[in-house]
Write a protein that binds this ligand. Structure first.
Ligand SMILES: [Zn+2]
Length: 632
């Protein structure tokens, strides 16, 4: 996830977007590490097709013994490794310029082949699960190569506990066809069919859109303008609030149907089962965060004071506290980013610097290029990072963030066999947020201008609010809303509004003035409709990072070194065990309050620093004022 900063609509003064051919080679990623050309790619694609057919022919052989099972596992690994390279060569090429139809065609060729692989391998799980687990365990004891797959086998049998008989699975499969209806209807209502009005601000009329709304909240220093944008934006949702409530009820009833059908006690249990996460993790996350809401409130009170506002609303949370417009040239930040990860050791640093030297990164925007940023984990090569670098502070932090993902990929891929090389979202955002935290420390220590320090601190605090507090607030709302459904209580727009306002107040208390629209703001959060019980994982990752950073920053040399070792082991472990187990080995127990407390403490520190910087700035201002008064 990129951090939740506002993306501004393109300013008319900005230079035109260049063609890809105008970008210097050193600022483009080098795909030659995958294939020299499309001819080589095509040869590998054909080989992949042959392997897929070969795999299909193994059906019916597993029960013959450990060697047969091992042969199927190894062939599946080969298919996996090859499909990474074949897929990413086409997909990364496509993202360079999405107008290229020939490349898009090749990308679709891979998609079709991967769909064929799905079908060609669908016999495997039922055939394996027909063999008793005890037998598989005996085979693993006999055959050490097969024992490599122990965790994968054990997990498959564990997941099987909630799989129904053939008739039950068929019914559930049939229901898939309308499962997405409430989510699709939400998207249509809030995107395709949405009509935003033109609003009148102090500067004149402005046609409202999602981008425009974010831009007004993030840049417009006139509170009345922000209030008007907020009101008009949410009026669009209020006009359909009963429809939004009915759709959300549909989402939750679907979740509850599936949970009950698979014999889970609650929707939360069902959602957490895949990664084997105990529900206590989510409950503890919510409870501990709520008791740590005071620094959040202090930050908003500070903003209210600095911005000179009489009342403070949810639309006042984004405007920068000071005007500071430093540009960060890409050439300048490379040494900083490498320097910032020094606490993780010289080996980590030197590996990370390869990203710049060996052209893992596609730096600048060009016509047709995919927007946003990502790190692509290409097994058998190295990660590739897509950026749209634009010299802003956000862009610098995005480079640090994506390279955190890349280093996770590098360490996991070089220490794990293919089957465990991937990692789950439950740990994925730990290295990315940890790299960002290290980078912030590095920048704060070097910033000579107090306004730059204020901008850095606000960036860090906004990040804690967006990646942690807001996600926990969302998690609590969806948990409570699902509980209404589980308890057979009515789910109306009023009930949902009351619930949401209650949750908002539990976190923000009297630091926020609530508006007529506050209770309905839940209706514009796509995540509630699209990915229930998902984003809490950003918060748990953030808490894990905070605890690690606490040890990296403050401990004695031995505490620090032990934290670094445990952290690097976590990255090297990839997906070789359940995320809770891997994190516990790294010293992080998410069932305990400590990781969340580390976030609260970090926010408390940042707000303290910000209060101090602002006090210094205003003293200087009044001194300057006094001096100029003496001069005259
Ligand atoms: Zn990320």
């Amino acid at each position: 996830m990129s951090n939740g900063q506002a993306t501004l609509t393109r300013d008319a003064k900005e230079p035109r977007i260049p063609e890809r051919s105008e970008i210097e080679e050193r600022h483009k990623w080098d795909l030659a590490a995958l294939y020299a050309n499309w001819t080589q790619w095509e040869a590998d694609l054909n080989e992949l097709g042959r392997q897929v057919d070969c795999y299909a022919s193994l059906q019916g052989t597993l029960a013959r013994g450990p060697e047969s099972l091992l042969a199927a596992m190894k062939l599946a690994d080969d298919v996996g490794v090859r499909s990474y390279k074949v897929w990413y060569y086409a997909s990364l090429s496509y993202d360079q310029d999405q107008r290229d139809n020939a490349v898009n065609g090749r990308r679709q060729q891979v998609q079709i082949l991967l769909a064929r692989w799905q079908q060609a391998s669908s016999w495997f799980n039922p055939e394996l699960l027909a063999i008793p687990l005890e037998m598989i365990r005996q085979w693993m004891d006999q055959n050490s190569d097969l024992a490599l797959y122990r965790f994968a086998f054990e997990d498959l049998y564990r997941q099987q506990e909630h799989v129904l008989d053939q008739k039950g699975e068929r019914l559930l499969a049939l229901s898939e066809r309308f499962n997405s209806a409430p989510t699709d209807a939400f998207s249509a209502l809030s995107t395709a069919d949405v009509k935003f009005p033109t609003i009148t601000l102090s500067t004149g009329p402005v046609p409202l859109s999602y981008g425009q709304y974010r831009a007004i909240l993030a840049t417009n220093r006139n509170q009345a303008d922000r209030a008007e944008a907020f009101r008009a934006f949410h009026e669009v949702y209020r006009a359909n609030i009963n429809t939004y409530a009915a759709l959300y009820n549909g989402v939750m009833q679907r979740d509850w149907f599936h949970a009950q059908a698979r014999e889970f006690k609650t929707t939360l249990d069902a959602a957490l089962h895949g990664n084997n996460i105990p529900p206590l993790v989510v409950e503890n996350l919510i409870e501990t965060t709520k008791t740590g809401a005071e620094p959040l409130r202090r930050y908003h009170r500070l903003r209210k004071r600095v911005l000179g506002l009489e009342s403070y609303h949810s639309y006042d949370g984004l405007v920068p506290l000071v005007e500071f417009d430093r540009k960060y040239a890409y050439a300048d930040i490379l040494d900083w980013i490498v320097g910032s990860v020094a606490p993780l050791g010289p080996e980590y640093q030197s590996k990370l610097s390869e990203a710049f030297r060996l052209r893992w990164i596609d730096v600048y925007e060009n016509v047709g290029k995919r927007s946003g940023a990502y790190s692509a984990p290409v097994y058998g090569a190295h990660p590739y990072v897509l950026m749209n670098y634009n010299d802003t502070l956000d862009a610098v932090f995005t480079v640090a963030h994506e390279l955190g993902h890349s280093m996770h990929t590098v360490l996991a891929h070089s220490h794990q066999p293919f089957i465990y090389a991937g990692y789950t979202i439950f740990v994925a955002e730990v290295p990315s947020t940890l790299n960002e935290a290290l980078f912030l420390d590095y920048m704060l220590a070097r910033a000579t201008d107090e306004r730059e320090r204020i901008v850095l601190l606000q960036h860090s605090i906004d990040d804690i609010l967006g990646t942690f507090y807001t996600q926990v607030l969302f998690a609590e709302y969806e948990l409570q809303a699902h509980r209404l459904v589980e308890q057979g209580k009515p789910v109306t727009s009023e009930a949902l509004g009351e619930l949401y306002l209650g949750v908002l107040k539990a976190y923000h208390g009297d630091a926020l003035d609530y508006d007529e629209m506050s209770p309905i703001t839940w209706a514009r959060i796509p995540h509630f409709f699209q990915t229930p019980y998902y984003v809490y994982q950003y918060a748990t990752c953030y808490a894990s990072t905070a605890q690690l950073m606490h040890e990296l920053r403050s401990g004695s040399e031995s505490v620090r070194q032990s934290a670094v070792d445990r952290y690097l082991t976590l990255l090297k472990s990839g997906g070789s065990d359940y995320p809770m187990t891997l994190l516990r080995r790294a010293g992080i127990d998410l069932r305990q309050p400590d990781p969340v407390r580390a976030v609260v403490e970090q926010l408390d520190q940042r707000v303290l620093q910000l209060e101090a910087e602002i006090a210094t700035l205003s003293t200087q201002r009044s001194q300057r004022f006094a001096e100029s008064a003496e001069d005259s």
